[in-house]
Design a protein around this ligand. Structure first.
Ligand code: WTA
Length: 635
C-alpha cells in the first residue's frame, strides 16, 4: 500500500482512517516518500486554533522549485513540463520541456536578483496566461521572493490596493494581453495603479501584443533582453518549511481583500498529494486545468501540484468562446488531453451551444473530468458526463478554497463512486464537521450545516498578510477550535458531502468570489447615490449574478435611469473590474433595515431571486413599508 497514490475505495478508507488516527505519521510518510529535502523536519505538526498558529514540518529545509523542476531533470528532462496554447488557434502552441523550464526559471531568477529582489521581498505578478506567468512564479520561489499574483482582469485600483497591502517592490507585467478578439492594455493599467504605489521601484515588461507602450525611465525594463543575458543557472535559496511562498488575495464579506499567506513545505506536500490522487495522473498524460494562474486553482493545479509530480500541464491563454464555442474541445483533441479541469460556469455556458461544437472533435483521450469553484448543478453535471466524458470519465467535483490551498473534498476517480452535485468524501488528512448555528456539531446524514474543518492540514493558509487578527476573526472565531469555511453543506447516508453555497456575504459569480461590501463602496462613489445593497440571484450560466438596490440622493423624475446604471457599472469596473458588474440595478426609496440599522439582505435576496412566497417576519423592521415598494418594482 502506498500512502501517496490511492487506487481503490477500500484503500481510500484505509488511508483515510490512518490519516485521522495518526495524522502526523501519515503526513510524515507522504512527505518522506516523494520529495527532496535539504533537511528533514524536527517536528511534523504543532497547532493551536485559538491563537491561531499552525506549523507543519518545522525544522525542514527545502526549495519547492527543486521539487517541481530539478529532480525531474535526470529522469524526465525532455518531457514536456508546460504546453502553452495561445489565444489564437492560428498561432503555434509552445512546448516547454523540464530542461527548458529549468533554464528559463533560472534565468528569470537571476534577473530578479540583478534587479535587487531578495528572499522575503514581495513581487506582484500581473500577467496574462503566457509562459512567463508560470515562469515568474517559479523564479520568485527559486530565490525565496514571495509572489503575489493578481488576476489580470482586475482594475488599476484593485491592483494598487493589492500592491500596497503587501508592499511589493516589483511588478511583472506585459505590454498587453489577448482575450478572444480583444486586446487589453495591461501596461496602461499598471502605470495607473503605480501612481498610487510608492513601494514599487521596478517594473519588468514581457512583450506579448507588440503594442506601443510607455516605458518609464528608471523604473520600467523590457524583460526579454535581461533574460537573454542572464545565466541559466541559479542556486535555489534554502527555505524553511514555514517560510511564506506566496500571497494570494481573496474577497471577504467586508473591507479589503484578504492576502492569504501560504507557506512552503505543507503547501507543496498537499498540492502534490492531491494532484496525484484526484486526477490519477499517469506518466505520459497531458493534464489541462482551464483556470487562470491569477486564482488559487491555477497556483495549485496548473503550476505547483502538476510540476511537483513531473506532469505535463497545459496553459491556455484564451477563452472558451473564441474563435467559436468549440475551442475547449479542439484543444483537447489537439493535445490529447487526459485530465480536464474546469468550472461549472464554463460548462453551463458551453452546454447552451449547439452540440455540433463538441461532436466535431475527438475527445477519446479524456480519462478524468474535474469541476471547481462553485456547486455544479445537476443539469450541468449530466451534460458534462454525457457529452464530454461520454459516461466513461468520472467527474471529480472538487471542493476547496483559496484558504485551504489544496482540494479538500473530492472523489478519487475509479475509487469513489460519484454522485451528481456531491463533492463526496474528504481526502486523506481532511476532517470536516457540520455545525449548527449554535455551535453544536451535527452527526449523521442529511443535515444541513455549516462546514468546518476540525484538524489542521498541511496546505492551509497560515495568516492574512499584515492582519493576523482578521485571520483569527474570519476563520477561527465562529466555532470553537475549528476552521470555519463560510460554506453551507449537507451530508448523506454514506457520508458524502454536498456543498450548498456561501452562508456569508461572499457571492460567487462565474466562479469568482466577490464580497458585497467593496462593490457597495464602489457604487456609493457615484455622486447621485446615497446608499446601496448588493445581493446575488440565481443565473443559469454564471451560477449567481449581482443585483443592486440603489437609493438615489434625489429621486426627481426625469432622471435617465439607464444612463445611471451604465455609470454605476463603469465605476465598479474601475474600482474592481468588469467581473463585479451588476446585472440588475433597481432604484428604490428605501432598504429594509433592522432596528439596529442593519440591512436585511435575506429579504433583498429573496426578492432578487423572485422567491417572495415566504419573506419571513418583516414586522420587526424599522421600515417595513419599503418592502412592498421593492417587490412592486422588482426587476
Ligand atoms: C466555492 C476555489 C461547491 C465555495 C478553489 C468555496 C465550491 C469557494 C466548490 C472558494 C465545489 C469551490 N462545490 N462550491 N466543488 N469549489 N466552491 O477561494 O463556496 O476561489 O468556499 O477557491 O468556492 O473559492 P476560491
Amino acid at each position: 500500500m502506498s500512502n501517496y497514490h490511492i487506487k481503490g475505495l477500500e484503500e481510500y478508507y484505509n488511508v483515510y482512517r490512518k490519516s485521522v488516527n495518526k495524522p502526523e505519521e501519515f503526513w510524515a510518510e507522504v512527505a518522506d516518500e516523494h520529495f527532496v529535502w535539504r533537511k528533514k523536519w524536527d517536528n511534523v505538526l504543532s497547532w493551536d486554533f485559538e491563537k491561531p498558529e499552525v506549523k507543519w514540518f518545522e525544522g525542514a529545509q527545502l526549495n519547492i522549485t527543486e521539487n517541481c523542476i530539478d529532480r525531474h531533470l535526470l529522469t524526465n528532462g525532455d518531457k514536456n513540463a508546460i504546453i502553452f496554447e495561445p489565444n489564437d488557434p492560428k498561432e503555434a502552441s509552445e512546448h516547454i520541456t523540464y530542461h527548458q523550464l529549468s533554464e528559463r526559471v533560472n534565468a528569470f531568477a537571476n534577473v530578479l536578483k540583478a534587479e535587487g529582489i531578495t528572499k522575503g521581498d514581495r513581487v506582484c505578478i500581473y500577467l496574462p496566461m503566457i509562459p512567463e506567468l508560470a515562469i515568474s512564479v517559479l523564479a520568485c520561489a527559486r530565490i525565496g521572493a514571495i509572489h503575489s499574483v493578481v488576476f489580470a482582469g482586475f482594475s488599476s485600483s484593485a491592483l494598487a490596493m493589492r500592491i500596497n497591502d503587501s508592499n511589493c517592490k516589483m511588478v511583472i507585467t506585459s505590454d498587453g494581453s489577448y482575450r478572444g478578439a480583444k486586446t487589453i492594455d495591461l501596461k496602461g493599467i499598471v502605470d495607473e495603479a503605480l501612481e498610487e504605489c510608492s513601494c514599487t521601484t521596478s517594473v519588468l515588461v514581457a512583450k506579448r501584443i507588440n503594442s506601443d507602450i510607455n516605458m518609464k525611465e528608471g523604473r520600467d525594463k523590457w524583460l526579454q533582453p535581461l533574460l537573454d543575458h542572464a545565466p541559466k543557472q541559479c542556486k535555489a535559496e534554502t527555505m524553511d518549511a514555514e517560510d511564506p511562498l506566496f500571497i494570494l488575495y481573496t474577497s471577504g464579506s467586508t473591507g479589503m481583500p484578504k492576502g492569504m499567506v501560504h507557506t512552503t513545505a505543507g503547501y507543496m506536500v498537499n498540492t502534490a498529494f492531491t494532484f496525484k490522487n484526484v486526477f490519477q495522473y499517469q506518466n505520459d498524460d497531458v493534464y489541462w486545468c482551464t483556470a487562470d494562474i491569477g486564482w488559487i486553482t491555477g497556483h495549485s493545479y496548473i503550476v505547483y501540484g502538476p510540476l511537483a509530480n513531473g506532469a505535463t500541464t497545459l496553459m491556455f491563454e484564451g477563452v472558451p468562446s473564441y474563435p467559436d464555442f468549440g475551442r475547449f474541445w479542439e484543444v483537447i483533441e489537439k493535445h490529447k488531453v487526459n485530465q480536464f479541469y474546469t468550472a461549472p460556469t464554463a460548462i453551463r455556458a458551453l452546454a447552451k451551444e449547439n452540440l455540433d461544437f463538441v461532436e466535431k472533435y475527438d475527445l477519446s483521450s479524456l480519462k478524468v473530468l474535474g469541476s471547481v469553484g462553485e456547486p455544479i448543478n445537476e443539469e450541468a453535471w449530466h451534460w458534462y458526463n454525457d457529452n464530454i466524458g461520454k459516461k466513461k470519465s468520472p467527474i471529480v467535483d472538487t471542493w476547496w478554497q483559496t484558504e485551504t490551498g489544496g482540494i479538500m473534498i473530492s472523489p478519487i476517480p475509479f475509487a469513489t463512486p460519484t454522485k451528481p452535485t456531491y463533492a463526496t468524501l474528504p481526502l486523506p488528512g481532511i476532517q470536516p464537521a457540520l455545525m449548527d448555528e449554535n455551535g453544536k456539531e451535527l452527526e449523521g446524514n442529511q443535515v444541513d450545516g455549516r462546514l468546518c474543518i476540525k484538524f489542521p492540514w498541511p496546505s492551509m493558509a497560515r495568516t492574512i498578510w499584515g492582519n493576523h487578527q482578521r485571520y483569527k476573526e474570519t476563520y477561527f472565531s465562529a466555532y470553537e477550535n475549528k476552521y470555519f469555511t463560510g460554506d453551507g453543506a449537507l451530508r448523506d447516508e454514506v457520508g458524502y458531502y454536498r456543498i450548498t453555497g456561501r452562508v456569508d456575504d461572499v457571492i460567487i459569480v462565474s466562479g469568482h468570489n466577490l464580497g458585497t461590501a467593496p462593490i457597495e463602496d464602489a457604487v456609493n462613489e457615484h455622486p447621485a447615490v446615497a446608499e446601496s445593497a448588493i445581493v446575488g440571484f440565481p443565473h443559469d450560466v454564471k451560477g449567481n449574478a449581482l443585483y443592486g438596490y440603489v437609493i438615489l440622493k434625489e429621486t426627481g423624475e426625469g432622471r435617465d435611469h439607464d444612463n445611471l446604471r451604465k455609470e454605476i457599472n463603469q465605476i465598479i469596473t474601475e474600482h474592481i473590474g468588469p467581473i463585479a458588474k451588476l446585472d440588475k440595478i433597481q432604484f428604490t426609496s428605501g432598504l429594509p433595515k433592522t432596528r439596529s440599522g442593519k440591512i436585511m439582505r435575506r429579504i433583498l435576496r429573496k426578492i432578487a431571486g423572485k422567491d417572495t412566497s415566504n419573506l419571513g417576519d418583516t414586522s420587526t423592521l424599522l421600515n417595513p413599508e419599503c418592502v412592498e415598494e421593492i417587490m412592486k418594482n422588482a426587476l
